[in-house]
Design a protein around this ligand. Structure first.
Ligand SMILES: [Ca+2]
Ligand SMILES: [Ca+2]
Ligand SMILES: [Ca+2]
Ligand SMILES: [Ca+2]
Length: 499
């Protein structure tokens, strides 16, 4: 026997064992693709960075509504309703690639407004701007139009039939109320049949279902308030971050750091100067990411972000002791781990004072906190990835943990699904059909341009888990989780149910 035989056999055996061991230790996600492309839609000229989701054709399954607007004015120019397969149901307005890039949130929602069992589309048509406040006064390159000193007429809330796009109803709302709006129950109807409308940063109104103005409030509105019945009287309160309003518009608490509100933010001359705009938009005018969370105990927590995340009781008492950040733009609650009840994913877009000076190298920090304000981890992002956002995703299924989807990385990089440990689980690449990214309008050049896209997560595929929907001016694609859902009623099936 060759003296090398045994060691060689041993070596081969070792190789075999190693290979077997490696196979048995392969993580589950390598056995099968972690994501499946459900649809990749040719959006023609009607693509947009703004999307709403809801059943429109009346079959019970969610459809899509792409919303185009004149850049930075919030004036809606085109609504396109389509199924998740990409079949266009109807279109109102004229599609145009140049209106697919979106500056801000837009006043449009899908909801069963008349409670007849089928959804309508609600959107706001602007009043005529007679003396617009263009931020050009502050930033010469910007066409941003935030508000007017004087309007002609009122804004109009328009209700379209969800199946046809035909107009069913319209009523006037305050002229300036053309930023986003929310459905809320302000009158105790038992469903959210009233509206909270607002301008960009300064005013909000409660509007009853019949169009009657219930209240007006002036203060720092933030981008998008949260509504919930906080005092359990069957009517929704409105949480603007610094301020909580009762359903009737009266102030329950306010911690607004913007002092001298009226003189500083409500009055501006007919020909505003750069100084006027600086006053009007000066920090800390708004809070970000207002949200309300109900704990298992039934207690409520109110969160928002500005120069750090804030957590309050419903009476306005702050529970966290000053966590400082540059700009806590996103504060997203979810159950991402099991070692605490709920956690908050937080993005700081301006961790250092000079972060915005060089956009190519600017950074953001991504954090996870528990409900008591304890930092669980912090991840500095790559240089250039400062304008990121995040949302929670129910990717795994009911009763399992949620994950965090991070999007908005530079140059259209894939969005990342990140678990509660901070590990990247998988990625979602923005796809285009066909790829027309080279046709970028010159005005879009940077910082984000045509490669930019946003994400929404919703169960549009009916498998009890969220799909991930990526959408931009030039594309829309939907990813789903291809793994079978381990639903006990499906794998432990019986003919003798309930016996
Ligand atoms: Ca449908
Ligand atoms: Ca309806
Ligand atoms: Ca209430
Ligand atoms: Ca699904």
């Amino acid at each position: 026997m060759n003296k090398n035989t045994i060691p060689l056999l041993g070596f081969i055996t070792l190789l075999f064992l190693t290979a077997t061991k490696a196979r048995s230790e392969e993580p589950a996600q390598e056995k099968k693709p972690a994501v499946r492309l459900l649809t990749n839609i040719d959006v023609g000229e009607f693509g947009s960075e703004q999307l709403r989701i809801g059943d429109l054709d009346g079959d019970g399954g969610p459809d899509l509504l792409l919303v185009q607007s004149e850049y930075a004015s919030r004036s809606i120019t085109c609504l396109t309703a389509l199924t998740i397969e990409g079949k266009v149901l109807w279109q109102v307005g004229t599609p145009s690639l140049s209106n697919g890039r979106i500056y801000s949130d837009l006043p449009v929602q899908i909801y069963d407004w008349d409670d007849d069992g089928e959804n309508e589309v609600l959107y706001v048509k602007q009043a005529k701007y007679l003396e617009p406040w263009n931020i050009t006064g502050m930033f010469p390159a910007s066409k941003t139009r935030e508000r007017a000193a004087k309007y002609e007429g009122s804004a109009t809330l328009i209700v379209l039939n969800g199946k046809s796009g035909m107009q069913e109803q319209s009523f006037p709302i305050p002229a300036a109320a053309d930023d986003c709006f929310l459905l809320a129950d302000l009158t105790g109807r038992g469903r959210r049949g009233d509206l909270v409308v607002k301008d960009r940063y300064w005013n909000a109104w409660g509007i009853a279902h019949d169009g009657k103005e219930l209240w007006h409030w002036s203060g720092s509105t933030g981008h998008f308030p949260a509504v919930a019945d906080i005092d359990d009287d069957g009517k929704d309160e409105v949480f603007f971050g610094y301020t909580l309003l009762d359903h009737d518009g009266s102030v329950l608490f306010s911690k607004d750091p913007n002092t001298e509100w009226s003189s500083r933010f409500q009055q501006i001359g007919e020909k505003p100067t750069k100084k006027d705009y600086q006053r009007l938009l000066s920090t800390p005018i708004h809070s970000d990411a207002n949200c309300i969370v109900r704990l298992a105990s039934g207690q409520l927590r109110l969160y928002f972000g500005n120069s750090g995340p804030h957590c309050m009781q419903p009476d306005g008492k702050e529970l966290w002791s000053g966590v400082q950040m540059g700009e806590a733009q996103h504060v997203v609650a979810g159950r991402f781990r099991r070692d605490s009840e709920i956690q908050l994913a937080i993005i700081d877009r301006t961790p250092t004072p000079d972060a915005r000076k060089k956009r190519e190298t600017a950074v953001a920090d991504f954090y996870l906190f528990d409900l008591n304000g304890k930092q669980l981890w912090k991840q500095p992002q790559q240089p250039g990835d400062w304008m990121i956002g995040c949302t929670s995703v129910d990717w795994r299924g009911p009763k399992d943990l949620e994950d965090i989807l991070v999007y908005g990385r530079s140059n259209g990089q894939p969005s990342q699904l990140i678990n509660g440990e901070g590990k990247v689980v998988t990625e979602f690449e923005m796809l285009y059909k066909p790829d027309r990214r080279s046709q970028e309008p010159e005005a879009w050049s940077e910082p984000l341009g045509i490669r930019n896209y946003y994400v929404l997560c919703a169960d549009v595929w009916g498998d009890a888990r969220d799909e991930v929907i990526l959408f931009g001016a030039r594309g829309l694609c939907i990813y789903t989780n291809p793994r079978p859902l381990a639903d006990p009623t499906q794998y432990n099936e019986t003919l003798y149910t309930g016996m």
